[in-house]
Design a protein around this ligand. Structure first.
Ligand code: ASP
Length: 346
């Protein structure tokens, strides 16, 4: 056990015996025999109300979120890395048509799919990102390859695809990402949009826009990692790229503060540098992740018109999942504690 893990383990014990657990912040209470570890995932934020989902749909989302969470948790519980854990969780959601990433990616205005993803390692601040890829089955695997096998941080378009091919990653035809549900969403979005209507696009109902997936984790060695993968926003045009592949906006991890993955209206998350801003508040203002996350999501982003949410984990294994939309598909597990899966606000 390294020094940081030993220290965080001791701190978790002190906090749990002091009764520091709050409703807002799930505090790590794994027993002292094992260093703390935690994982949180999201499957997108937006206008998700009980009226929008049938009981079967709700059960399907919860089952897939649980499967993704369990995959990451098993790696952490066995002493694996937070990097492997976030990849495992994200890849399960990428392979599912339920979420706007990988298989279930939304359509662009021109009827294609352009995928973005990024990953960051909190131990050494290494990061990898890809934007606008059309044929890579698992964009998060490509983001990791960019981080580990290239000298760059961010690759885009055809160059990124060429790199994926050289790395031996699985390529698919763009039609692999076709789903009827997302096609219908594009048609409905276009009806509302008119052509290139800026105001109409901004006013588009969130349910046509969001659904990115992401994961954040703390491993038993005290290392944080964050990963985010998306198809972007329905009816996006002109090679639009959102926050998800932008390090500091949609994804951030730093062992000195926290790990964050975001989902929501990317343009706002880019301008307000959401993921890094939350971690900077933790690092420089000594705020808890709950305080920092709530401030940025509710007090900074919302008044500016930005909707969405984030998942956050810190070096003690605490988890916070603030969002300012009606719902956010989300799940978390602190140590070997309870599996928490939720969709709606309450
Ligand atoms: N943030 C993503 C984007 O703007 C969308 C989402 O989170 O669903 O591309």
């Amino acid at each position: 056990m390294n020094y940081l893990a030993a220290m965080t383990g001791a701190l978790a014990l002190v906090m749990s015996t002091a009764g520091c657990t709050t409703d807002e912040q799930k505090t790590n209470q794994s027993n002292n025999a094992q260093a703390p570890f935690s994982i949180a995932i999201h499957g997108g934020a937006g206008t998700i109300t009980r009226a929008d989902l049938s009981a079967e749909q709700e059960a399907a989302y919860k089952a897939k979120l649980t499967e993704a969470l369990n995959a990451g948790h098993a790696i952490l519980a066995a002493g694996g890395t937070s990097m492997d854990a976030v990849i495992a969780a994200v890849q399960i959601m990428e392979a599912s048509p339920l979420f706007n990433s990988g298989r279930g990616a939304v359509y662009t205005f021109d009827g294609e799919h352009e995928l973005d993803a990024s990953i960051m390692n909190g131990e050494n601040l290494q990061a990898g990102a890809v934007a606008g890829v059309k044929t890579v089955k698992s964009p998060i695997a490509l983001a990791r390859a960019v981080m580990e096998e290239s000298v760059h941080v961010m690759l885009s378009g055809e160059g990124a695809e060429q790199f994926a091919k050289e790395q031996g990653l699985e390529l698919v035809d763009n039609s692999y990402f076709n789903t009827e549900r997302r096609f219908e969403q594009l048609q409905r979005a276009k009806e509302k949009l008119g052509v290139a209507d800026k105001q109409a696009y901004l006013a588009l109902d969130e349910k046509y826009k969001y659904g990115t997936v992401g994961a954040v984790a703390l491993d038993q060695s005290g290392n944080l990692a964050a990963a985010t993968s998306t198809g972007g926003m329905t009816a996006k045009r002109y090679g639009r790229i959102g926050d998800s592949p932008i390090i500091g906006a949609g994804t951030w991890a730093d062992n000195a503060s926290c790990a964050v993955s975001a989902t929501g209206h990317g343009e706002y998350f880019i301008r307000y540098h959401v993921a890094a801003d939350i971690c900077s508040r933790v690092k420089y203002l000594d705020q808890s992740i709950t305080e920092a996350g709530d401030t940025v999501i509710h007090d900074v982003l919302l008044p500016a018109g930005g909707t969405g949410g984030v998942i956050i984990v810190d070096g003690e294994g605490n988890v916070a999942m603030p969002f300012n939309t009606e719902g956010m598909y989300r799940a978390s597990r602190v140590g070997n504690g309870e599996v928490e899966v939720a969709i709606y606000k309450d």
